[in-house]
Design a protein around this ligand. Structure first.
Ligand code: FAD
Length: 288
């Protein structure tokens, strides 16, 4: 089997301890030679500066290609494009362009002078002409979409506006991804440009809550298995087996790219990659 392309998502640290944790995670995962890594943008743009610092520090310290997440929330078009230009000047040409959510929850409400949707943001970034633009995609439909057809029609508009690939929300069964990919293909979207987002489950309670919030359905047998694993004190074993099996099923179904939501914790992601036969390749000269 050919080596799949892998990528890792991190979030920007908000404390010194969190900075060390992120750095340990980057050091542990960078040798696996990801095609890119990405850094999230806090809800409501609350981590604007921290995201920028994490993106540029990871890029210059490791030489990895870094994608910066950017949302439309609480910023004017001018401010948003200025952030993007600052990235371009720093050599960061990869953007994950998102609408984002309001800081306190509730319906998205753009600033009158801001980008009103992900499509508007993608168009604005595409006009600059310097960026590789990635976007979000929702295999079980975004909670705000009216139905799957509308969810996919909107994704198609994001590609037409200039996106080059889409990273999905996490899901538990490969079949969920395949159904979505097939429906996207039928709607005229190139399925190879849809990258499955994988959540290695370090913490079942947190993953269950997150799934509820973002509309990811949890199969009964998986919920039962995690409950039993907690009782029998073998959570990590189950999490590795479940994550590896999901990735393996995806690769068997023709997927070439896997994007891991690391939550700034390296062990499960690294072990899962190794279970898939993805061994360290890079010797990082710049990493201590
Ligand atoms: P969109 O895809 O633009 O919209 C979501 C759905 O709403 C669409 O499927 C569509 O059905 C409907 N919709 C929205 N606008 C319209 C419209 N004008 N007309 C018709 N239908 C519409 N959030 C952060 O705050 N920071 C991050 O760094 C971050 N990173 C993410 C990374 C990935 C890979 C993913 C999948 C999500 C991420 N999110 C992040 C969460 C994301 O901001 C939320 O899911 C948000 O609610 C939707 O953003 P979007 O750009 O994907 O939305």
């Amino acid at each position: 089997m050919t080596r799949p392309n892998i990528s890792f998502e991190f979030f920007p640290p908000r404390s010194l301890a969190a900075s060390f944790r992120l750095w340990d995670t980057v050091q542990a995962l960078a040798p696996l030679a990801p095609g890119f890594v990405s850094v999230t943008y806090g809800a409501g743009g609350t981590t604007r500066q921290l995201t920028h610092e994490a993106v540029t520090t990871i890029g210059t310290s490791t030489g990895l290609s870094v994608a910066a997440h950017l949302t439309c929330v609480d910023a004017s078009r001018e401010e948003t494009l200025e952030i993007a230009q600052t990235y371009a000047k720093a050599g960061v040409k990869d953007i994950v362009a998102l609408r984002g959510d309001m800081p306190g929850g509730g319906a998205f409400s753009p600033r009158p002078d801001g980008f009103g949707s992900s499509v508007a943001l993608i168009e604005g970034l595409a006009d600059v002409g310097e960026f590789n633009i990635r976007v979000g995609a929702y295999p079980e439909a975004h909670p705000e979409s009216t139905d799957m057809a509308q969810n996919i029609a909107w994704l198609k508009r994001k590609f037409e506006a200039g996106a080059t690939s889409a990273i999905t929300q996490f899901f538990f069964e490969a079949e969920t991804f395949f159904r979505f990919r097939d429906a996207c293909q039928a709607a005229g979207i190139d399925g190879t440009r849809i990258i499955p987002g994988i959540l290695p489950i370090e913490n079942w309670k947190g993953a269950r809550n997150f799934a509820q919030q973002c509309g990811t359905s949890i199969p009964t047998n998986i919920a039962q298995a995690y409950d039993n694993a907690a009782r029998d004190d073998c959570h990590d074993l189950l999490a590795l087996a479940q994550c590896s099996e999901l990735c393996s099923d995806l690769l068997d179904g023709g997927v070439n790219d896997l994007h891991f939501y690391t939550l700034n914790t390296p062990d499960l992601t690294r072990d899962c990659c190794r279970a898939l036969g993805i061994e360290p390749e890079l010797k990082l000269e710049k990493v201590a």
